[in-house]
Design a protein around this ligand. Structure first.
Ligand code: WT7
Length: 572
């Protein structure tokens, strides 16, 4: 069956007319033109890949993949066939049906993209897991979502507590010499035998797409569900904000384990039919610059921590490489310091464009568009079709320059549709049934630019990764030497924030450097490397409320030598 392509809504404009477009843009209208297609149904994987494979883009490169051992290229046609094969493998060997959860726990590799797109073709909801997750983090996500299938490697499988996951039926392994059993499937072997043809599942726009787990200030990580219609916004922002054009070579440095790596490392660019670079392996300034030179990257989406690390690597290094192909550079995840913008303007001859959004928003919301003047330190303006405002705790809009809750009027296409298993949590995001409240504080200036001020809750952003203090504290408390733990984000010039833990030890335990290393290792093993505290300070006792809640704001005040504020709720 053929479905009409996603239309380019309101033409391929460059937003030099931002004000006009923002004024008139209407998602309903945009959807109407979409559902003018034969059936009104869609499948994100079809729109992302197959549509191009059936057009004059057929033999255009979709994926340039590279890591230390592999260098491969796949056209849209290749991607269509490989994802069809993956879908056939899942169909043959798993009980996955529309709406079931399939998790992908893989390092970046072409197989990750085949598997993810193949699962989407079956109508599965895909849960991507960052490869650095350890057993505790993997368990929480698979258990909460009741995942039926996980696609992983033999090495990473050691971190999947299979016996404790009654819903997990099938393990699809990508590796060498896999011994197949009823529940264990050899992906590579099955891919060779699978047919490249597949009748994909046509879905409604409210059917599930991706389930990303993210951290809040309390409780376990929460499963943020996005639905098929999110791709509308991925597509529009790929045009408006990433400014992707026919001949661009685009590189998004984020891993698909995080929302940036799916929304803008899969959907946005491929919906726009753009050739995309994926670099496997770990961050290194040399390979990063080399990648830009080697592929002639023109549009580059990365994060402040990465830019600061490149800055730290020195401009001498950069002189060894030709990065002159870059024409548009963007950033997301944490505040983009004016200093970094200045550096970018110097070394890349590019203004770095900040974009603000969250896992829950599913796509870019407040951005610096190519055509807008950049006010260094500001996140820019809302995309057309989105209304942002600063509201007080009752949901009343505040005037310019007043700091308050950064809020968005609900109803944009890529807005999360639920928090998995937790409707109360979902409802708690909204005020007056109108405003989605982000958890960030900000103000708006007289020109309608938004300025980020900080998180209102205690959520930590370290190297662009979102870490809930509660999760780290819970893990620390599992360590035999620890009786109390409080975790904060400590400002850091490179990483934005680092995780600092204050801990009280059991009476018979002496503080030592070995103990610090042991505790760090304990969190690394139990949660993830990026969640381990870089600093640990021992205290006899931690500040708590009378109800026993650790007062992180007092810890933060200690750390920063600031007044601790109202202590009326603190225990004696
Ligand atoms: C939190 C969301 C969306 C992809 C990455 C993060 C912070 C995000 C910016 C920015 C200042 C930013 C906010 C937000 N954040 N972009 N441009 N300037 N802060 O997604 O893990 O869901 O984290 O990241 O605090 O609430 P996430």
């Amino acid at each position: 069956m053929k479905v009409e392509a996603l239309p380019v809504v309101q033409g391929d404009f460059n937003l030099s007319n931002y004000a006009d477009v923002a004024k008139d843009f209407d998602w309903e209208q945009a959807w109407k033109s979409l559902s003018a297609s034969e059936t009104g149904r869609l499948n994100a994987a079809y729109e992302t890949i197959d549509r191009h494979a059936e057009s004059s883009n057929k033999n255009k490169v979709a994926l340039f993949y590279k890591d230390a051992n592999r260098k491969e290229t796949y056209t849209f046609y290749d991607m269509k066939r490989m994802s069809n094969k993956a879908a056939n493998v899942f169909q043959k060997h798993t009980s996955i049906e529309k709406g079931d959860r399939l998790f992908i726990f893989l390092p970046r590799s072409p197989e990750l993209y085949f598997a993810l797109l193949g699962a989407l073709k079956m109508g599965a909801i895909v849960g991507p897991l960052f490869e650095a997750f350890m057993e505790g983090a993997v368990f929480d996500r698979l258990a909460d979502s009741e995942a039926k299938v996980i696609v992983t490697t033999p090495e990473l499988l050691e971190r999947v507590p299979v016996d404790k996951l009654p819903h997990l039926e099938t393990i699809v392994l990508i590796g060498e010499e896999i011994e197949e059993k009823d529940t264990i499937i050899d992906f590579k072997k099955e891919m060779k035998e699978a047919s490249p043809y597949f009748e994909l599942e046509w879905l409604e726009k409210e059917d599930g797409l991706i389930l990303h787990y993210t951290s809040g200030s309390t409780g376990k990580p929460k499963g943020v569900l996005h639905v098929q219609q999110a791709i509308m916004q991925h597509y529009q922002t790929a045009k408006w904000v990433l400014d992707l054009k026919e001949n661009d070579i685009y590189w998004c440095t984020a891993d698909p384990g995080w929302v940036t790596g799916t929304s803008y490392g899969i959907f946005g660019p491929w919906l726009a039919g753009t050739s995309m670079v994926v670099l496997g392996g770990r961050f290194s300034p040399d390979t990063w610059y080399e990648t830009i030179e080697e592929y002639g990257v023109t549009v580059w989406y990365s994060a402040p921590t990465a830019f600061r690390m490149l800055m730290g690597a020195g401009d001498g290094l950069l002189k060894k490489y030709d990065v002159s192909t870059l024409r548009h550079v963007l950033s997301v995840g944490e505040p983009l310091n004016p200093e970094v913008i200045k550096w970018g303007a110097n070394v890349f001859r590019q203004r770095i464009h900040d974009t603000w959004w969250m896992t829950e928003t599913g796509a870019q919301m407040i951005c610096n568009f190519g055509c807008l003047p950049i006010k260094p330190g500001s996140m820019g303006k809302p995309i057309p079709g989105v209304k942002a405002a600063i509201v007080d705790d009752n949901g009343e809009e505040l005037p310019a320059y007043q700091m308050g809750n950064l809020a968005l009027e609900k109803g944009w296409p890529s807005m999360m549709h639920m928090i998995w298993n937790n409707p109360e949590k979902y409802d708690s995001y909204f005020l007056k049934d109108k405003w989605y409240v982000s958890g960030d504080s900000a103000y708006m200036d007289e020109d309608g630019f938004f300025w980020f001020q900080g998180r209102i809750d205690d959520v930590i952003m370290t190297s662009g990764e979102r870490v809930g203090p509660f999760e780290v504290e819970s893990k620390l408390l599992e360590h035999p030497a620890i009786v109390e733990a409080g975790v904060i984000g400590k400002p850091d010039p490179v990483r934005g924030e680092i995780i600092k833990a204050f801990v009280a030890l059991r009476e018979d335990v002496e503080p030592s450097d070995e103990l610090i290393a042991d505790i760090q290792q304990f969190v690394k093993k139990g949660l993830a490397a990026h969640a381990a505290p870089r600093e640990i300070e021992f205290k006899d006792k931690l500040p708590k409320t009378r109800s026993g809640k650790i007062m992180r704001r007092v810890l933060k005040a200690w750390e920063l030598n600031l007044p601790a504020g109202d202590l009326s709720t603190m225990e004696d």
